[in-house]
Design a protein around this ligand. Structure first.
Ligand SMILES: *Cc1c(COP(=O)(O)O)cnc(C)c1O
Length: 390
């Protein structure tokens, strides 16, 4: 029987060991012993399933993958040391020299660097399309377009792409669709239901949710994951068992954490929109968001991240960051602690002014990832920093 999200997140567990433990133990072992030479041969020949070496699989990573696949409605997956390792393998394992990637313009900074500076070394080209102009996507498809890669909502612009529409487009042209679902998490949105072939996460963010470990995961169709697994087994980006053990536990609280992240983020967005020192606020579940209707259609809630522009541009934004007292000034997001970032001078500083302008990263843009503190304390800190930085 299919269980609810919360139940799946708590109850998907690997088989108990002979110790009958209730909480899953940590398997810190680099390799696994063979019962006999014949079993070793059969394992290496893929005739039977089982653990061989922790670069290939480990009970902790397997449990984490199984849970993520269940939550994302996917068939299988593989876990990585970081989100970027997962994104890199998503391209590396499935593309060849001569292939073309169609991507949304507003992407996580390192994904942008990967597409523009790294993949061209192997003859993989790309073009960017604005998320907000769906009519352009189909025009940009070339004969050699093999994959569409998107984020929705995007970081930090919080632009959305219609997953149902994109699923139809990819089917019509027989192109793979790969979605970085880091901002929404499977609790708010499951791209597989719309036809996504791969769903990728930086588990470093809301999945861990406590700012402790890095991690990444790809889930998707079985035949594609087979390629991903082969590529990863021989290039070595696997997640450590310790991180998988933590992240599997983190998933047990994902739903309750996301409810609070979303509640706090919406309250902050509503409050900021009324503030005279703010030029604009962007949050998917604010009625003023240009894609509010789409957000309501494809997301359960608006997510944990709010972006806004302070009046006074780059210098004011830096003064605002320096005036913050309680919230954390850091590049991470999706933490129990509310984090504040100035993308133009940090996470997206490698982009040119023109590239930043195209994805809506104005000089005064601030990104807040609402944590789990009491909303009144978050609001108070933001308010005092806005007055002090004037
Ligand atoms: C952080 C992030 C990544 C990269 O993940 P790491 O775990 O830091 O490697 C990729 N995509 C998005 C949307 C992110 O926010």
């Amino acid at each position: 029987m299919k269980k609810h999200f919360e139940t799946e997140a708590v109850r998907t567990q690997s088989r108990k060991s002979s110790n009958r433990e209730h909480s899953v133990p940590l398997y810190l072992t680099s390799s696994f012993v063979f019962d006999n030479a014949e079993q070793g041969r059969a394992l290496f020949a893929d005739e039977i399933e089982g653990n061989i070496y922790s670069r290939f699989s480990n009970p902790n990573t397997s449990e984490f993958i199984e849970k993520m696949a269940a939550l994302e409605h996917a068939e299988d997956g593989f876990a990585f040391a970081t989100g970027m390792a997962a994104i890199f393998v998503g391209f590396g394992a499935l593309l060849q020299s001569g292939d073309h990637v169609l991507a949304c313009r507003s992407l996580f900074g390192s994904s942008h660097q990967l597409l523009t500076k790294v993949l061209p070394k192997w003859g993989i080209t790309h073009s960017y399309v604005d998320a907000s102009s769906p009519e352009l996507w189909e025009k940009e498809i070339r004969k050699n377009t093999r994959m569409i890669f998107i984020e929705t909502p995007s970081n930090p612009g919080l632009e959305l792409i219609d997953l149902e529409w994109l699923g139809n487009l990819k089917r019509k042209h027989n192109i793979l669709l790969s979605v970085d679902n880091c901002f929404a998490t499977p609790y708010l949105q499951t791209p597989v239901d719309f036809g996504a072939d791969l769903v990728i996460h930086s588990a470093t963010k809301f999945i861990d949710g406590q700012g402790r470990v890095l991690g990444g995961v790809i889930v998707g169709k079985k035949d594609l994951i087979k390629e991903v697994r082969f590529f990863s087994r021989h290039t070595g980006p696997a997640m450590s068992p310790f991180n998988a053990w933590l992240l599997s536990k983190s998933l047990e609280t994902l739903a309750v954490r996301m409810d609070r992240h979303c509640f706090n983020a919406l309250a902050l967005a509503v409050q900021l929109e009324k503030h005279p020192e703010i030029e604009f606020v962007k949050y998917p579940f604010l009625q003023s968001h240009p894609q509010y209707a789409l957000a309501k259609k494809q997301m359960k809630q608006g997510g944990g991240v709010v972006t806004f522009a302070v009046k006074g541009g780059y210098e004011r934004a830096k003064r605002f960051i320096d005036a913050i007292q309680m919230l954390s000034s850091t590049a991470n997001l999706g933490d129990t602690r509310t984090t504040v970032t100035h993308p133009a001078s940090t996470t997206h500083s490698k982009l040119t002014d023109e590239e930043r302008a195209k994805v809506g990263i104005v000089p005064g843009l601030i990104r807040i990832s609402a944590g789990l503190e009491h909303i009144d304390d978050i609001l108070a800190d933001v308010e005092q920093a806005l007055s002090k930085s004037r």
